[in-house]
Design a protein. Structure first.
Lengths: 369, 89
């Protein structure tokens, strides 16, 4: 049976690591008319009523930000014309005091814009005034996720009508909503918690639930994720379990099975080495977690932090995929981190069709042979 | 061909975040000064950078890369702590 390698159950895109550290890339708005834009396609038709961006830093008292939607010109830049609804600009005004630095900020538009599927759009931020002492740093891109970004992208224009400079290195941080649906890459922060066997929580991982309508049974072959590597001579236990802590499968990982010891950020792909993989059920929640078996392991699981749990709807798996943790690797997992998304993706081995009549919900599934 | 970066400011915030700003209106904000330190030291992990610089050095002097004799046997040393960080010999 074909392996299901890549699974997109919601919206947004996978973040992959290329860079060597964890940082938010910023764009400076510090002069009248400075503009920042996020160029994207509307994933589906609907009324875009809320836009979002990461506000990294506010210095002094910069002028209001006007945020709204524009189309694209022939060069792929924001075209300078606000989208309208009934003759009204689909924009909103944000005062600097409305925002909390270091968070992802959502703003409802005064008038929503009805986008068509795949429409080429730009979220544009424009400031009324600013200078070297009164400025915004917008967290426009993920310096961690530097996958030589092609599209979507962010771009910046200085001093009203200056040329645009596109960001081509890092994935953009932006968001939009159509009603309750969240799109884009809304990130409030990202971090890794390095843990060891004597940490408060010695086990961290991904809690996931796949909708019951998507299939009948499935098997997980392994995971792909972004981790921090321990020093040599340590052991990490990868575990598949249920929420109440019932163990289903384990595989021990020698920290020497890592290209760079004591490294802060690496993408890894690990498989269970059990002879038979456990059969799992759609509609039931499971955990894939990593337990540090030694002190001074400093194994870390990179995670994306949202302003609110609902923002996870922008990511693969949606709000049913979030961080789990456990103390002393026994008992039920702690499931309070519903706004935190581990940078992990599931690697399936088998997937059987749903029983009964009717197709599953319209999820996108990519198969590899 | 020249690439350059100008450091405008480094600011540490009460919550521990450290923000680095450059002259082209880009920047990076790290969760802590430790993260900035890791990034600053990350050149040590990028073993390809000397190779890229050498090939770039060659291309700058032979735009279509036709003159192999210019670069064959040459060694580019990139030592960021040196007064002359890049040497080709």
């Amino acid at each position: 049976m074909a392996d299901v390698r890549f699974f997109t159950g919601g919206h947004g895109h996978i973040l992959e690591t290329y860079g060597s550290t964890v940082a938010i890339g910023t764009s400076t708005l510090d002069a009248t008319g400075d503009r920042l834009a996020f160029v994207f396609q509307a994933k589906e038709a609907g009324a875009i009523d809320t836009l979002g961006f990461h506000i990294d830093t506010i210095t002094g008292a910069p002028g209001d930000i006007t945020i709204g939607l524009q189309g694209l010109g022939t060069t792929g830049n924001a075209d300078g014309t606000w989208k309208q609804s009934g003759g009204n600009n689909c924009t909103a005004t944000i005062a600097y005091g409305d925002m909390t630095a270091g968070t992802f900020f959502w703003k409802a538009l005064s008038y929503s814009y009805t986008a068509t599927r795949g429409e080429w759009l730009a979220i544009v931020l424009q400031i009324a005034s600013g200078d070297v002492s009164n400025l915004y740093l917008i967290g426009s891109n993920c310096a961690m996720a530097t996958y030589r970004n092609g599209f979507p992208y962010h771009e910046i224009s200085s001093d009203s009508g200056g040329t645009w400079t596109k960001g081509s290195t890092n994935g953009p941080i932006f968001g939009y909503k159509i009603g309750s649906k969240v799109f884009g890459t809304p990130i409030s922060s990202y971090a890794y918690a390095a843990f060891s066997s004597d940490s408060t929580y010695d086990e961290y991982g991904l809690r996931f639930l796949l909708n019951g309508a998507m299939g009948d049974k499935f098997k997980i072959a392994g995971v792909r994720g972004i981790f921090c590597s321990p020093p040599t001579g340590k052991t990490i236990r990868m575990r598949l379990a249920t929420e109440d802590g019932t163990e289903l499968a384990t595989t021990d990982i020698d920290s020497d099975h890592f290209s760079t010891a004591s490294s802060t950020i690496k993408t890894c792909e690990y498989y269970f080495n059990t002879e038979t993989l456990p059969e799992l059920s759609f509609g039931t929640a499971y955990i894939i977690a990593f337990e540090a078996l030694n002190t001074s392991s400093n194994w870390g699981l990179h995670c994306l932090y949202m302003t609110e749990a609902a923002d996870l709807g922008a990511y693969n798996g949606g709000a049913e995929f979030y961080r789990a943790k456990r103390a002393d690797h026994t008992g039920a997992y702690t499931l309070t981190d519903t706004h935190i998304r581990p940078c992990m993706e599931l690697i399936f081995s088998e997937w059987t069709e749903p029983t009964g009549s009717g197709p599953p919900s319209p999820y996108n599934i990519a198969l590899t042979l | 061909m020249a690439i350059s970066a100008t450091l405008i400011d480094v600011v540490t915030y009460p919550d521990g975040r450290v923000s680095v700003r450059f002259g082209d209106k880009t920047g990076m904000t790290f969760a802590s000064s430790d993260e900035l330190l890791v990034y600053a030291k990350s050149l040590e992990e990028d073993l390809d950078i000397a190779k890229k610089l050498l090939l770039g050095w060659w291309q700058a002097r032979s735009p279509d890369l036709s003159n192999l004799n210019l670069v064959k046997g040459k060694t580019l040393t990139f030592d960021i702590s040196s007064p002359n960080p890049i040497r080709v010999q």
